[in-house]
Design a protein around this ligand. Sequence first.
Ligand code: CU
Length: 637
Amino acid sequence: MDMKATASNIHPLDPLSSEELARASTIFREASKVSDQAYFACAIPAEPPKAVVLEFEPDMSFDRAVRLVGHDPKERRSFEAIVSLTDGLLTSFNWAVAGQAPVGVGDVKPLFDILYKNPDWIEALKQRGIEDPSKIHVDTWVTPFQPKGMSPQGRIFCGIAFVHEDSADNHYARPVEGLLAYVDTDTGEVVVEDHGVVAVPNEPAEYAADLVAHHRTDLKPLEITQPEGPSFEVDGNLIRWQKWQFRFSVQALEGLVLYDIRYDDGGGLRPILYRASLSDMVVPYGDPSPMHGWKHALDASETLLGHLANSLSLGCDCLGAIRYFDATVLNPDGSTRTIENAVCLHEEDYGILWKHTNVLNPNLKPEVRRSRRLVISMIHTVGNYDYGFYWYFYQDGSIQFEAKLTGVVSAGSASEGTDTAPLVAPQIAAPVHQHLFCMRLDFNVDGGPNSVQEVEVEPLPDGADNPYGSGFKAVTRTLKTEEQAKRNIDPARSRSWKVINPDSKNRVGKPVGYKLLPQASPTLLASENSTHGKRGAFARHNLWVTPYSPDELDCGAGVLSYRHPGGAGLPAFTRANRPIENADVVVWHTFGVTHVPRPEDWPVMPVEYAGFMLMPTGFFDQNPAIDVPPSNSCESK
Ligand code: CU
């Protein structure tokens, strides 16, 4: 069957369809040398070159290709392959040299099958008074370390046990302390580590509506109505709203990916970003105890963030006139699964956009405009944690990215809390940890080439030029090399980074630009030489800048980050210290939170927010939202 991708309804950046995924897996199975035990972890579109995408017209042909990643237990190796859907061929196949395929549903069931039959583990549970293993929920943890006595080649996971009373309860409420079970799912080998018996907490910690004793009763209905429908237009995966235009897709590792973000300021659609996504994240734990010290999950690349997308529901996750989009992912056996309502698109009222009251003329009513923002979002559940990722587009040309962190903190049992694992409830100690998100922002401000500048504010020296001693100035410095561009935040100096197009000037003669305004985000606290430090090295700096390379899409070890020793990604990309001035620049921004758990985070954590803003800085010639009309519902006084 010829599937030359010339159909006018397919764009080079469209997500892979269920048919394309199934066809890729069939082509792979027929051509590859993997054993019959091999299974897929994920499929990722092999994106066409930028030039093909940017010059694409509906009737042009282009190559449609899929990257397939999986694991072969018989070979005890993971693999990475590229299948051309256009030619119907397996075009490349490689066994992984370092690292393994991401962890997915293909791994979890074998782990359970092995562990629940293991006599050492069952005996360790008995020593804790747990006679019935069916009362145990096992949390599967990614395991970067090499457990004693296990093969370094192993497909190794760590099972952490929790007691549950019934299937509907909070199964993180009763952690079984001191017991770690390492399972090699390739060989069936199990190593049980017992660090000593600690009493299992017996208090329930319920959050489900029917298990919470009392609900407050004073909430009146709050309804969002849009009688004429939303103001956005959707054409396949292309979205237009209030002068904004972009494409999106859902990918296995990164989740939501936005492409070719543009704003029409009357002179045409001006490019701002070619591609923007969460490249990876790391969640390192700071409690050095044997139960927690080794934990540092790369929750995007290791555990397939895109596959862990929630099916969102109206009135619960999202309020208003919502447009949902499904996502399709590859199953271990080559079949596909559709996650319904994985992506939510809607508009929100966001307070005031701008206002001024002319106090000199009391006859004039205040001029005020409501701010409206477009939100495109997904929520992912990664074991105990739930992460919502929200892109906001504003009428003033700003773009915001926000991570919402919620779910259940990873906890253990202890009679007393410590500075590294404070008590959040009696007998429940939750280790301190970080959530660090690495964004990949491939800028294309006015079509490029672009440069990145650091802007910060410093006081003027005392002297005749500064007679009040109050002067300060904005200092702008162009970051010329990858080494110079490894930067951290400095809120006291209002440090920000600006991506400019030196060849495109605004009406005051300055290069147009977009500013990355960071929040007060931490960097990685683990030491540089630790496994955490090597594998999560991207989080050592809030900013990195690289010249674009099609081979550098991941800030860490990419699709083979599982059990990878580290050193891949940004530290490797930037080793040659390449020039980044006047180039096709990719900005990498790590932000996040250091989480010192509180009693209020138990039994389920209220949302904590982290993110950053991208603000036009001389990109427009004036406030681009001056043309937003007054709201119809604005009452004149
Ligand atoms: Cu946390």
